[in-house]
Design a binder for this molecule. Sequence first.
Ligand SMILES: [Zn+2]
Length: 344
Amino acid sequence: MDLRELLVRALSLYSPSHGEGELARFLLGVVKQHADDAWIDGAGNVVAVRGKGAPVVWLHAHMDTVVGPLEVRDEGEVVKGRGAVDDKGPLVAYLEAFRTAEPRGTLVLALVTAEEDDSAGTEELIRGGPPRPDYVYVGEPTDLHVAYAYRGGGKVELRINTRGGHASSPIYGNPFEELYAAYLKVREVLKPGERYEDFSVMPTVVKCGDAPNKVPVECTAVLDVRIPPGHSCRELEELLRGLPARVRTCTDPAEVSPTNPAARALVRGLLKVGVEPKLSKKYGTADFNLLIALTKNMAAFGPGDPRLAHTEDEAIKVSDVEIAARALKYAVEELGRWGPLKGQ
Ligand SMILES: [Zn+2]
């Protein structure tokens, strides 16, 4: 099955977070022919291994997408469908690199579940499974840039409760106004802004009131907060202390050196395929933030315009998937020549 066919098949198997089963079985069937060992683990991840010994290189990408199926269309140069950008374009590039590379040492392909939700797939991989990595590539749409930093992120819940009251003669105040005041207070302490170094604060779910003639008993809001490198979840909790705010989930920001060996090998791979290497820092949060626990020799990389991720317009250029696969293949082979790093 060639790369285009693989991409179209992967897109036609709708796979929202925790609903990756059918896609996983299909992908396992494909990688089995190219792997020494391949399996689906307890979290539903597809794991495949080629070769043995050091160095161990991981190719990591996620199978799940955000919810909302889209019609799959092969338009020649471009293929459209839910997940074309995030993350099936990158995933197919990683699979192609896995089956075409001639690695020294061990090459691991990890196609994970639930990246868009609770990262259950990557959490499982971090606990154990395939050989531990010396180097990791994380498949995400970076427009073929070498990404070396991701912001952290947390979900902050604001909650205001009152005793209700008649809308015409309230005696307990209005929780909506208190909720809004709390939101402004959060902005005051986090000082959100547009720059990479800034926090960002975005209200995503706001709920208030249940009847037109009654003062709301409870108002809640979820704020999607992004945390820039140099700050942490702990700091976020401390900054919010004293406010009616609770940090529900949080992932720390992650940054590796842009000249770490995985990034350098990829830069050489890109030069080989005629792409001018560009570095970038990402505004979002990804499995990169978790995988940093295993190694700092890491880069995120993949085809696809990240601005189209999660939109109704997800589309990927087939030629970019091919280029990404070739650049990665060279990078993996280069790392094989360099061997494992001492003292990591
Ligand atoms: Zn993604």
